[in-house]
Design a protein around this ligand. Structure first.
Ligand SMILES: *Cc1c(COP(=O)(O)O)cnc(C)c1O
Length: 464
């Protein structure tokens, strides 16, 4: 018994003090870079862990060099931001878990310029007095969609709450049972409606809803609005029916109701030109007679997180005056980034400038050539690779089930899920798809300036 206790005590006595370790050159340099407090904390934690290891009967490295190394590793974890860039090799273009749309160069520049200084965010430069932040992107949104007015909120969920809270609180909103959807991350249309104070009135059935279902559900002075929600993340096939938006517009006009359309992804371009299915465009909804249309800024629009509302002027103005607008208002950097993104549509250069559209338009032959290049280099690093045909997805609550033909670098690995985990731990982390016993790398979603980091990461992590 006595002998058992003396062993840890002997080891404990060998542990250097905090002050002793702090004198080491690498830790002094670390203190200059990251602040003394962070280094002191890392030293304390390291020594504590060392004592615990001894107590558990282990024999940890007690050399000063070994402890300094452990402190530096701990420090690195403490000072590295938890939010950091990753390489998306999955081929899912708008990957919600990976931050949705990467921003264009123009958007980043504008966000830097406006974010790094003062601006006329809420200042009328002509009149020299207080202005409104909502003047900045609204007019451009309106111009691009053919609306009378536009408005920007934090995200599309907020945009929908604002529309409902302003124009239907305490009154009924008709929505097809086929559109009572969950968009993901706990965003459910019925919950959103409840939060807004609007009363949900379901019409039709899950698979078939007719114009007359809406008409039959209208109660004069109680019904305020017809809401259509784009079923953006699933497809209903077979015996299905939904009335055209123009039919709903007729009903709404006839009964003095508003018609709102949540189109989801904010595709300002025609997706069919890229061989994809039609994704509803805000301008088409307005042309079909919707009074208000809302959509995300960071899906197919390709900008920063935002919720855009376009429609009739007096309806948009009323939303601006709603008290919730203050809770859902956007930051100046968002407005700057969104404005710069929308300017590319105004110039007609969205496909050339906006990463989401560049990736959608990335020709399969070019992807093939890139995949062959990469495979060649990885083969030289003695990885077991081949190039195979496959599919990329648009993702992000748009174009469900729609894919783009692509070419994949397939890497055979004995333990694919362990290999994928090692790639996620790499700096920068690399996220891949796994299929059977292969890791699949899709060049479509790897940004040009990440190519070298990707290849080096694959080589060092997977080389036999
Ligand atoms: C994605 C989506 C939303 C939510 O948009 P956020 O910008 O993520 O808040 C709402 N409605 C539809 C139809 C969507 O596709």
């Amino acid at each position: 018994m006595a002998e058992k206790r003396s062993l840890p005590q002997a080891l404990w006595r060998q542990i250097p003090s905090v002050e002793r370790l702090l004198q080491e050159e690498p830790l002094q340099e670390a203190a200059d870079a990251h602040g003394r407090q962070a280094v002191v904390e890392a030293v304390r934690e390291t020594l504590e862990a060392t004592r615990e290891a001894i107590g558990a009967g282990q024999a940890p490295d007690l050399s000063v060099a070994g402890l300094v190394k452990a402190v530096l590793e701990r420090l690195e974890r403490r000072v590295t931001p938890t939010l950091r860039p990753v390489i998306n090799a999955t081929g899912v273009i708008i990957h919600t878990n990976l931050g949705r749309a990467p921003l264009s160069e123009a958007a980043l520049q504008a966000m830097r310029e406006i974010g790094g200084g003062y601006s006329n965010l809420e200042y009328d430069l002509e009149a020299g007095r207080r202005g409104s932040r909502y003047t900045h992107v609204g007019a451009l949104l309106a111009e691009l969609t053919g609306a009378e007015a536009g408005l920007v909120a934090n995200n599309n969920a907020a945009a929908l709450v604002l529309i409902l809270a302003t124009h239907a609180a305490g009154r009924e909103v008709l929505i097809s049972r086929g559109q009572l959807v969950e968009i993901g991350g706990g965003f459910r249309i019925p919950d959103i409606m409840a939060q807004s104070g609007a009363i949900l009135r379901e019409v039709g059935t899950t698979n078939r809803t007719y114009a007359h279902d809406y008409e039959a559900a209208i109660t004069p002075d109680v019904t305020a609005m017809i809401l259509r929600v784009h079923t953006s993340n699933f497809q209903l096939l077979g015996f299905v029916h939904q009335p055209a938006l123009s039919e709903l517009a007729q009903i709404a006009r006839h009964h003095g109701l508003l018609l709102a359309d949540d189109v989801g992804s904010g595709a300002l371009l025609d997706t069919t030109q890229f061989g994809l299915a039609y994704e509803p465009r805000p301008q088409d909804s307005l042309a079909a007679g919707a009074d208000l249309v809302c959509f995300s800024g960071d899906k197919l629009l390709g900008g920063p997180q935002a919720g855009c509302i376009v429609g009739r002027r007096e309806l948009v103005e009323a939303i601006k005056r709603h008290p919730l607008m203050r809770a859902f208002r956007v930051d100046k950097t968002t407005l700057a980034g969104l404005d710069a993104t929308l300017r590319a549509y105004q110039r007609g250069t969205a496909v050339e400038e906006i990463p989401v559209w560049q990736m959608i338009a990335y020709p399969a032959e070019e992807i093939h050539a890139t995949a062959l290049d990469w495979a060649d280099r990885l083969h030289r690093a003695r990885l077991n690779v081949e190039v195979v045909p496959g599919h990329s997805a648009v993702g992000g609550g748009s174009l469900p089930g729609q894919t783009l033909p692509t070419w994949l670098v397939a890497i055979r690995a004995p333990h694919p899920s362990e290999a994928a985990a090692a790639l996620r731990r790499h700096r920068p982390p690399i996220v891949v798809r796994i299929e059977d016993d292969r890791l699949l790398i899709d060049p479509r979603t790897v940004l040009p300036d990440q190519e070298e980091a990707l290849l080096r990461g694959l080589e060092t992590t997977l080389a036999p």
